[in-house]
Design a binder for this molecule. Structure first.
Ligand code: ADP
Length: 823
């Protein structure tokens, strides 16, 4: 039935004066042709209906009145948006016509109260209303109450609906759940594929908002993307290619990934069934008709880490809220993918590092084996010659001793590396035996006593007997004690070293305490790492590899024990090693087992001897001062003086030995000493090690260059740091030359001679220049004197002329003339 619902008659209006007010709806209701409806003209309305309409128009809550058996609709302004495009036709319209699409749901809800039943109520009534040109997902909280009217048949005049639309709230909450699920489930994925699968699985339980989705992931070049996960349609449905070229816009039957990549914007795709054929229905009766393609940002690169193709619900408008939700979901997806990628990268990095570490271990293992053979073949014969009664000259004996000692030192280093690589490779073979740990430790420590005393350190050993033996590997315990004590000696310049053994909390505890340089707090967590060394640590020597403590750590673990360190920079350090009593904690098959691998143990003396070399020259040989001349020749005054600085006493002696043949040599054990010696009496040349504790070679050079007394001293730097860069660095800082270890005696001599020659030539040039300048000066003085004399003489001539009454021979300003005359 069609009719014009609006009546433009002033007379009808006047009949409705009782309906004054009521906003837009009041106006519409007053001008409506109610006479044509089944509830009749207003002047025939029952008092209840009149009262209800007045009540409804005065109310600010959305209210709708269904009146009479046809449920003719009357509603107020707040209700007005609910019917959407059905308004204004919905006014005065029978309810079953207005809400035909949902009549099967709401019809019975109205019927019940109208027919005398109880009021009906629904907190969330979900309706697919067709009020915006498409069936829309909507949600309402409704209460339908009967309106009693005595004039009506059955006593009920109609039904009052109190309606509150909650679509926004319901959909919004649902989306929050989706976002939360995405965050919780997808962000724990460990690979990109896992993350995509988790994202797809999560979204698949939120099909009302995203009925289907495809997740594409960009490759490293950012030029292609591959389909990583999807849901919402059968496997064989071709809703998207597996691989997409991001640089070409693609054909009509593909998603606009390239456009999304190019613009960085969400792309809306309409009428998707015309591109992809049948699109699955999803949760509603109709399939989605639109989809969007959203680029997924990457936190680390300019490119996008992927693209989300998301179906849009056929029951919702793609409004700001929907787009906002999709953007938030994309952000969650982006962070899930980024997390997974970071995790993957981290794992790959860790694997690569582990691989390098394994390779390093194998390398060390091989190389240390390789080193040990030639070293043994050097140490044996050297030892043989030194032990024999062969008559050797003092010089030869001294040189052979240096060679022997340093071969041993190298062997010790190589053994440490070998131990370490054996432990890493799980090839180490301990042999545990019950040991009187206190006595053993006391004996081991005693090897350092005389050395400590020579260095002026207090040396306390307090190893009272323990109640029971401790099972340990003797060789390994030796290395633990020697390494800790020699470190204490290396890093303690004054004060004391204390070694104690006692029972502590059911364990045997070894403590090696010193009052030395200490370890800065930031270095403590790394101190047991392989090759870790504290930068700029003040010790007796710069020598070291950073392997000692790492090895000690591993050896302690092999005893079933633990090691701790407490240290305060500048105050001192305590290393505590604790091992359990008994043998229950050890692998039983290694108790009293025989060793098959070659031993890497060295004599206790070799540790103490090495440490002895760190003592300054002075302390070792009281008859030789550290800066004393080593020249043998009595007329050494005439010789050039060379100052040698090196913290390694063997190297210092070696350099001194080579140069003492031709030069007068002075020795300094560190940068400070060298600086003081050079300032007190500048040498002709300085040879300095680069790596030294305290002032290193480079700093020494800089300080010498800033003082006029030492500015001109030529300096040769000696370093183990090979490579063109190190050399250029040294030379740029003003060193005359740079020598890389190892070098031959001839090379050193040649460089020293060359540097001295250059310095000599420069000195001569300076001297010649000075002489020339002096001569010039003298000549100048004579010339000026002559000129003054000429002026004097001219004055005398003029005077004589005056006395003779003759005119002056020379003008008064004769200076210019006189100059010409003298030219
Ligand atoms: P190395 O002595 O060859 O450098 P270590 O592994 O034995 O190697 O020691 C690593 C670093 O730990 C040392 O370079 C030093 O900086 C620090 N260190 C070890 N023992 C002590 C100590 N007793 N006092 C101060 N620093 C120490």
């Amino acid at each position: 039935m069609t009719r014009s619902p609006i009546l433009n008659g002033a007379s009808a209006k006047s009949a409705l004066e009782f309906l004054a007010g009521g906003g837009e709806m009041g106006e519409l209701i007053r001008s409506y042709d109610w006479g044509a409806s089944s509830i009749g003209a207003p002047d025939t309305w029952s008092p209840t209906l009149r009262m209800m309409v007045r009540f409804l128009l005065a109310n600010r809550f959305p209210l709708l009145l269904w009146w009479g058996p046809e449920y003719i609709q009357i509603y107020n302004d707040p209700y007005r948006p609910i019917p959407g495009s059905k308004h204004p036709r919905s006014l005065g319209q029978p309810a079953n016509q207005c809400w035909a699409e949902v009549w099967d749901v709401i019809g019975p809800l109205i019927d019940t109260p109208f027919r005398g039943g109880p009021p009906t109520w629904s907190e969330d009534l979900e309706l697919e209303l067709n009020r915006a040109g498409f069936p829309e997902e909507t949600h309402f909280t409704v209460a339908y109450s009967p309106v009693p009217d005595d004039t009506a048949p059955g006593g009920i005049g109609g039904v009052l609906a109190t309606v509150h639309e909650i679509t926004e709230k319901i959909v919004g909450e649902r989306r929050i759940v989706a976002l939360r699920d995405l965050g919780a489930r997808a962000s724990v994925a460990k690979t990109t594929d896992e993350a995509c699968k988790a994202i797809a699985a999560t979204l698949a339980s939120h099909v009302k908002d995203i009925p289907f989705a495809l997740l594409y992931v960009s490759d490293a070049t950012g030029k292609r993307a591959r389909l990583c996960a999807s849901y919402g349609f059968p496997r064989d449905a071709h809703l998207g290619p597996a691989d997409v070229d991001l640089l070409s816009e693609g054909g009509s039957s593909s998603w606009p990934l390239a456009a999304a990549a190019r613009t960085g914007q969400m792309q809306v795709v309409d009428d998707i069934s015309s591109k992809f054929g049948t699109v699955p229905r999803g949760p509603w009766a109709d399939p989605p008709t639109r989809a969007v393609v959203i680029p997924i940002p990457s936190p680390s690169t300019q490119q996008f880490s992927g693209f989300l193709v998301a179906g849009i619900s056929s029951r919702l408008r793609l409004d700001d809220a929907y787009q906002g939700f999709l953007n938030l979901a994309t952000s969650q997806i982006a962070s899930a993918i980024a997390n997974a990628q970071a995790y993957e990268a981290e794992r790959q990095r860790a694997e690569a590092l582990a691989e390098i570490d394994r390779a390093k271990t194998v390398f060390f293992s091989n190389i240390s084996h390789e080193f040990r053979t030639p070293l043994t073949l050097m140490i044996g014969p050297l030892q043989g010659v030194l032990d024999s009664n062969e008559s050797l000259s003092d010089t030869a004996r001294e040189q052979l001793t240096v060679a022997h000692r340093n071969s041993l030192r190298l062997l010790k280093l190589v053994n440490s590396l070998l131990d370490f690589s054996r432990i890493e490779a799980g090839r180490v073979q301990a042999s545990y035996e019950p040991v009187d740990l206190a006595t053993l430790t006391r004996d081991l420590a005693s090897n350092f006593r005389s050395l400590a005393e020579r260095a002026g350190l207090e040396f306390h050993v307090d190893c009272a007997a323990l109640p029971e033996p401790v099972y340990i590997d003797r060789e390994m315990w030796e290395k633990i004690v020697f390494n800790l004590v020699s470190n204490a000696f290396k890093f303690t310049l004054e004060g004391r070293i204390a070694i104690t053994i006692r029972r502590s909390g059911g364990l045997a505890e070894l403590a090696v305490a010193d009052t030395g340089t200490g370890i800065p707090e930031k270095d403590l967590p790394h101190i047991f790492d392989r090759f870790y060394r504290v930068e700029g640590a003040q010790g007796r020597t710069f020598e070291g590899t950073g392997i000692g403590l790492a090895l000690v750590h591993e050896l302690v673990k092999l005893q079933g024990g633990a090691i701790r360190v407490e240290s305060t920079a500048g105050k001192g350090t305590v290393f505590r090693v604790s091992v359990p009593f008994g043998s229950a904690h050890l692998p039983q098959d290694r108790i009293g087992a025989a060793r098959s691998a070659s031993s890497t143990a060295l004599s206790p003396a070799s540790y103490a001897e090495e440490a002895a070399r760190w003592l300054s020259h002075q302390t070792l040989a009281p008859d030789e001062g550290s800066s004393e001349s080593k020249s043998a020749s009595p007329n050494s005054r005439a010789r050039r003086r060379i100052l040698i600085v090196d913290d390694n006493s063997d190297m210092r002696d070696y350099l001194g030995h080579i140069l003492a043949g031709e030069y007068s040599v002075e020795l300094a054990t560190n940068g400070e000493e060298a600086l003081a010696a050079a300032l007190a009496s500048p040498p002709d040349l300085l040879v300095s090690d680069v790596m030294m504790p305290g002032i290193n070679g480079i700093e020494l050079l800089q300080r010498l260059r800033t003082d006029s007394r030492t500015k001109q001293i030529p300096v040769i730097l000696v370093s183990a740091r090979a490579g063109e860069e190190a050399r250029i660095d040294g030379l740029q800082r003003g060193a005359e030359d740079y020598l890389i270890k190892p070098f031959s005696a001839r090379e050193l001599l040649a460089r020293v001679r060359a540097s001295l020659q250059v310095a000599e030539v420069q000195r001569e040039a300076h001297a010649a220049l000075q002489t020339q300048m002096d001569e010039l000066e003298r000549f100048n003085r004579v010339a000026v004197g002559r000129e003054l004399r000429i002026i004097e003489m001219k004055n005398e001539v003029n005077d004589l002329c005056l006395r003779l009454g003759e005119p002056r021979r020379y003008p008064l300003d004769f200076e210019s003339e006189s100059k010409e005359a003298t030219v």
